[in-house]
Design a protein around this ligand. Structure first.
Ligand code: AP5
Length: 217
């Protein structure tokens, strides 16, 4: 099963992907997480991506397509869920081209729809584990011990691009460059819109219901 999760910053893509991989045994490939790992490692790729990420702009397509193609190639049995990629129509077309050359395609696109006014609250309250990538929220999804990851006991951090001014830019970038990707996939009849304004457990139930039905069909 090859799935793409689309949605604005804070729609809950990372949160829901972690639950999807646990239930369906897929590989979670997050372009944002891979870029952050490259930055932490101080690689050339990480250095190139830094200024774009810090300002809320998109990293150039060519860099992202190469990075994600290499990650997808390593996915066992080509079963994966993509989080944060593709984010432009050009990235989506390049992904299709590369999958098609191996006789594969994207099976389902889950489009998490969230109102803009909820995004700032979710982003400014997010806390992430720099080691395992687990995501929490200071009000909505608290860790058992404040400021500490349940999974590995590491101190949680507030992502620098979760400040209000950068979140505004990320949202603008999403509307301009990523929303057209939904229409791109709608032409292929694989898009399922889901209400991501609900609480995280309700959104998971909607996703599991949809995926279970699609897998059985
Ligand atoms: P990336 O890391 O992909 O950021 P994003 O898409 O902006 O998404 P987020 O990770 O911020 O949000 P999310 O939807 O995963 O929400 P989450 O589950 O964490 O990208 C970062 C940067 O890298 C980009 O700006 C760009 O520069 C670059 N980049 C990445 N991919 C790229 C690409 N393909 N091309 C070019 N550049 C690229 O949830 C958010 C918070 O809300 C959490 O605190 C969570 O606990 C809480 N929450 C989640 N769901 C709910 C709910 N239902 N109810 C209440 N709270 C909830």
């Amino acid at each position: 099963m090859r799935i793409v999760l689309l949605g604005a910053p804070g729609a809950g893509k990372g949160t829901q992907c972690k639950r999807i991989v646990t239930k369906y045994g897929l590989l979670h490939l997050s372009s944002g997480d891979i870029l952050r790992q490259e930055r932490t490692a101080g690689s050339e790729l990480g250095k190139k991506a830094q200024s774009y990420m810090d300002s809320g702009a998109l990293v150039p397509d060519q860099i992202i397509v190469e990075m994600m193609s290499s990650a997808i190639c390593k996915a066992p049995k080509s079963s994966f869920v993509l989080d944060g990629f593709p984010r432009t129509v050009n990235q989506a077309a390049e992904l299709d081209k590369s999958l098609m050359s191996d006789g594969q395609k994207i099976d389902f696109v889950l489009n998490l729809k969230i109102e803009d006014k909820l995004v700032a609250q979710r982003m400014t309250g997010r806390r992430s584990c720099p080691q395992c990538g687990s995501v929490y929220h200071i009000e909505n999804l608290k860790p058992k011990v404040e400021g500490i990851c349940d999974n590995d006991g590491i101190k949680l951090v507030h992502r620098p691009d979760d400040s209000l001014d950068v979140v505004e830019n990320r949202l603008k970038t999403y509307h301009k460059q990523t929303e057209p990707v939904v229409d791109y996939y709608k032409n292929n009849n694989v898009v399922y819109d889901l209400d991501a304004n609900k609480d995280a457990d309700d959104v998971s139930s909607l996703i599991f219901e949809k995926l279970d039905a699609l897998v059985k069909a």
